[in-house]
Write a protein that binds this ligand. Structure first.
Ligand SMILES: [Zn+2]
Length: 81
């Protein structure tokens, strides 16, 4: 089956957007302030979805039978947080 890249309802090619959480750890200084940063990393992906770079519509990220990315259900007219 011929694959077609997922398009928005406005005709623009959709992009995948992933959300991760950044985790940052700090020491505490002698005078009770936030001190030196000791580690920083990102968690696994919390959310992954398709978004239109032109009009910001959000769709579910689905796969076809060959595991290729296709547009799923419409979710929102603005980015979900
Ligand atoms: Zn669009």
């Amino acid at each position: 089956m011929t694959y077609r890249k997922p398009l928005c309802t406005c005709g623009s090619p959709l992009r995948i957007r992933e959300r991760k959480e950044s985790v940052i750890e700090y020491q505490i200084t002698q005078d009770g302030r936030e001190g030196r940063m000791t580690s920083e990393y990102y968690t696994d992906t919390l959310k992954s979805y398709l978004i239109c770079p032109k009009c910001n519509k959000v769709f579910d990220k689905d796969e076809d039978e060959d595991l290729r990315i296709i547009r799923g259900n419409w979710r929102s007219n603005v980015d979900i947080t």
